[in-house]
Design a protein around this ligand. Structure first.
Ligand SMILES: [Zn+2]
Ligand SMILES: [Zn+2]
Length: 399
């Protein structure tokens, strides 16, 4: 093995090792602690990979960490989660992880976000971070992140582990293949199987327990963190390529995915208009129509959500109609059962509004729109995307 080459770059600043925890990073020619300190990274998933990524981020002093997860800690997590302790059992993973990051490095600002990123996290969140790191264990969540990142043109780093195998890959919209480009017919079959009944899907999703070890998690997470660090420093990265790590044979190789021409993920929202005053809880559907009509110079405007909204459940047998106003993705089979007769009720669905609705006074939150969401307005051939930017301050309120 050869010694690492010494690169000649900007003069390096050497600080006092006694008072600066980042002292040794100062010897790395390209390292800019100020850039690292100012970075904002979204880590999705606080399981085995997420723990390791967050630990690394904290040690390096990545300034602002938004940690997203929906799960709570059980004992079986403790064998692969450096940030959790046995007394954390039952706590939300994001809270325990945020506390541990803070204890590891008080310089780091953290924000714990508990929920399902699919329908509870506004797309705008992805827009306002420097990088997204996916620490996930299933295809649905990866696909969801991939589409969101494409929509707002953000890079993301995926990590996958199973037993002693690992994959690390970086995706950047418009540069090489994206995650969905890599999906095979079999992958789609597995995803569709879960979605064949939309209301059942949620109950079954994310139940899979992937067999793996803390060593695989730390190896893959270390590479994920390094890729994110390169992104933060605007260094060269390799989008659309995967690093395949085989811990059984110690083979490591890089492979490049072909770009799929008709890939469904390749959709970028443009233009996105920031509505600085608009928030999910304060802005009504009517308000948004007024803004869009004014903006697009037409009364013929439609607003479109990115997923189906259940307006109501109706039971034919009982002739009842229950207003719901929740995203379909959020509901499961138990919600559809009629409380009177027990039969499965029909759903009234929509994702498109034309301004003639009798519920225009509802706030966007009352229509299950997440804070910092992005909503499409359309008039004829013209489309514009409005971000509820008024929600940003609260979502990015790091402590
Ligand atoms: Zn693609
Ligand atoms: Zn009924």
């Amino acid at each position: 093995m050869t010694e690492p080459a010494i690169t000649v770059g900007d003069p390096i600043t050497i600080t006092d090792p006694d008072s600066d925890r980042y002292h040794t990073f100062g010897y790395i020619s390209w390292w800019q602690q100020e850039v690292v300190r100012n970075a904002t990274v979204l880590v999705v998933g606080a399981g085995a990979l997420g723990n390791e990524v967050l630990k690394n981020m904290a040690l390096m002093g990545v300034g602002n960490l938004l940690i997203a997860d929906f799960d709570t800690i059980e004992d079986s997590n403790l064998s692969r989660s450096v940030l959790f302790r046995s007394q954390d059992r039952g706590r939300r993973k994001v809270d325990a992880a945020a506390d541990a990051v803070k204890a590891l490095n008080p310089d780091v600002n953290v924000k714990a976000w508990h929920g399902d990123i699919n329908f509870e996290m506004g797309l705008g969140v992805f827009r306002h971070v420097d990088a997204v790191i996916g620490c996930l264990d299933n295809r649905e969540a990866r696909l969801s992140i991939n589409r969101k990142c494409w929509q707002v043109n953000r890079p993301w780093v995926d990590g996958a582990i199973q037993e002693l195998m690992g994959i690390v890959r970086l995706f950047w919209p418009g540069q090489g293949a994206c995650y969905e480009c890599t999906l095979t017919d079999l992958d789609y079959q597995i995803i569709n199987l879960r979605y064949s009944c939309p209301l059942l899907a949620r109950q079954n999703i994310l139940q899979g327990k992937v067999p793996t070890t803390p060593t695989s998690a730390s190896i893959v997470a270390a590479f994920q963190t390094q890729e994110a660090l390169k992104l933060i420093h605007e260094m060269e990265v390799q989008p659309g390529k995967a690093m395949m790590i085989n811990g059984l044979t110690n083979d490591v190789y890089v492979t490049e995915y072909p770009v799929k021409k008709d890939c469904m993920s390749h959709v970028m929202l443009d233009p996105i208009v920031e509505l600085a005053e608009a928030t999910a809880v304060s802005t009504t559907l009517q308000d948004l129509f007024a803004i869009a009509r004014d903006h697009l110079g037409s009364d013929d405007v439609a607003l479109e959500f990115d997923g189906e909204l259940v307006l109501a459940f109706t039971c034919e047998a009982c002739a009842t109609r229950e207003p719901v106003f929740q995203r379909m993705a959020r509901l499961d089979e138990s919600h559809a059962a009629c409380p009177t007769c027990g039969q499965r009720r029909d759903m009234e669905l929509t994702h498109r509004f034309d301004g003639s609705e009798d519920f225009l006074e509802r706030t966007l939150a009352q229509m299950d729109v997440a804070p910092l969401s992005i909503i499409r307005a359309r008039s004829g051939q013209q489309s514009i995307y409005y971000e509820l930017t008024g929600d940003k301050a609260e979502l990015f309120d790091f402590t």
